[in-house]
Design a protein around this ligand. Structure first.
Ligand SMILES: [Zn+2]
Ligand SMILES: [Zn+2]
Length: 297
C-alpha cells in the first residue's frame, strides 16, 4: 500500500525538522507524496498569539521553501504545499479570502480554539491546566458545554467551507483523560448520546461537501492519546456516508511521517473502509485517487 502524509509541521511552526529533512525521509520511506501544512498565521486577524502558529512574516519564506523543495525533488517525490488553517468563529477560518490568494495545493481545516462566553480563548490542543481553568471560569465548570462549543465550531467550519481535509475531527477528546490513564473523563462522557449525536452530525455534514476526513495518528505519535482521530464510532459514520479518508501522521518531526499508520489502517478496516485516498494535486477541485487497504494487517 502506498503511503503519503499531508499533515506535517516543520521549523516554520512548531515542528522540529526542516522541509528538506522531511522530503528525504519521505523519499527513503518510498512515499507516494508528501504535503506540508504549517499552522497558518492567526495573530493579525485575531489578536491571538500562540507558540505554535507560524508568524505572519514567515509565510512568504515558507511558501518559497516548499516550492523550492518541489523543484528539487521533481521526478522523485510529489510534494504539495498546504496549510493547516484555524477556524475561530467570527475571526478567521479556511474560507478566508487570504488563503485562496496564496496558490496552495490544499488546506486542512482544524478547530484548536474555543472562545468561552467569558475569559480568554481556550486552546483545546494544549495543556490541561488552562483548559481546566477555562471550563471553570468560562463555562461555569460544565465540560459538556465546552464540548458543545467544540462541535458548534466544527459544524460552522464545515458550513463555511474553503478547505479540503477535515483535521483531527474529534480533537476535543485529547485532554478528556490524563495521558495513559483510564477514565474518569475530565471534560465529557465519550459514550454519552449527545456526544455521539453531534459527532455523527459532523460526519453527515462532511459527506455533503466533498471534503476528505483524515485518520490522524498525531495524538498517538506524541504520546497524548491511544487512538487516532476520529474515534471508531465516528469513523464508521463517515464510512456509512461515503466520506473518503486519508491517513496522516500530523508529524512534528520527520521520523513520525508514517507513525502508527498500521493502527490507522486497522481502524479504517474495522469501520468498513476498503481503501484510502491519495492526493494528486488541485485543478480547481482537489483530485484524489483511491488506494486499496490491504485486507489484513
Ligand atoms: Zn491541528
Ligand atoms: Zn497539525
Amino acid at each position: 500500500m502506498r503511503y503519503s502524509c499531508l499533515h506535517t509541521h516543520t521549523f516554520f511552526c512548531d515542528g522540529s525538522d526542516d522541509v528538506e529533512t522531511y522530503c528525504r525521509r519521505a523519499w527513503e520511506k518510498g512515499f507516494h507524496s508528501l504535503g506540508f501544512s504549517a499552522h497558518g498565521p492567526v495573530t493579525r486577524k485575531t489578536g491571538i498569539r500562540t507558540s505554535w502558529n507560524m508568524e505572519e512574516e514567515r509565510l512568504p519564506e515558507y511558501l518559497d521553501a516548499v516550492r523550492e523543495a518541489r523543484r528539487r525533488w521533481e521526478g522523485k517525490l510529489r510534494i504539495y504545499l498546504g496549510l493547516e488553517a484555524d477556524f475561530i468563529p467570527g475571526l478567521t477560518g479556511p474560507a478566508d479570502r487570504e488563503y485562496r490568494e496564496l496558490g496552495l495545493d490544499y488546506l486542512i481545516g482544524s478547530v484548536h480554539f474555543i472562545i468561552p462566553p467569558k475569559g480568554p480563548p481556550l486552546e483545546i490542543d494544549g495543556r490541561w491546566e488552562p483548559i481546566e481553568r477555562g471550563i471553570r471560569e468560562g463555562f461555569g465548570g460544565d465540560g459538556e458545554a465546552l464540548t458543545q462549543a467544540y462541535w458548534d465550531n466544527v459544524a460552522a467550519m464545515i458550513a463555511a467551507g474553503g478547505f479540503d481535509i477535515l483535521g483531527h475531527m474529534d480533537l476535543i477528546k485529547k485532554n478528556n483523560q490524563a495521558p495513559g490513564s483510564p477514565p474518569p473523563n475530565r471534560i465529557f462522557n465519550p459514550k454519552g448520546p449527545e456526544y455521539l449525536r453531534r459527532g455523527g452530525e459532523i460526519a453527515r455534514a462532511a459527506a455533503k461537501t466533498g471534503i476528505v476526513v483524515e485518520v490522524n495518528t498525531g495524538g498517538i505519535n506524541r504520546g497524548s492519546i491511544a487512538e487516532p482521530y476520529p474515534s471508531p464510532a465516528f469513523l464508521k459514520i463517515f464510512r456509512e456516508n461515503s466520506v473518503p479518508a486519508l491517513i496522516a501522521a500530523d508529524a512534528h518531526r520527520a521520523e513520525d511521517l508514517d507513525g502508527h499508520y498500521d493502527t490507522a489502517q486497522k481502524a479504517l478496516l474495522a469501520a468498513g473502509y476498503t481503501g484510502t485516498v491519495l492526493f494528486e494535486g488541485k485543478e480547481g477541485e482537489a483530485r484524489w485517487i483511491r488506494e486499496p487497504l490491504p485486507g489484513k494487517i
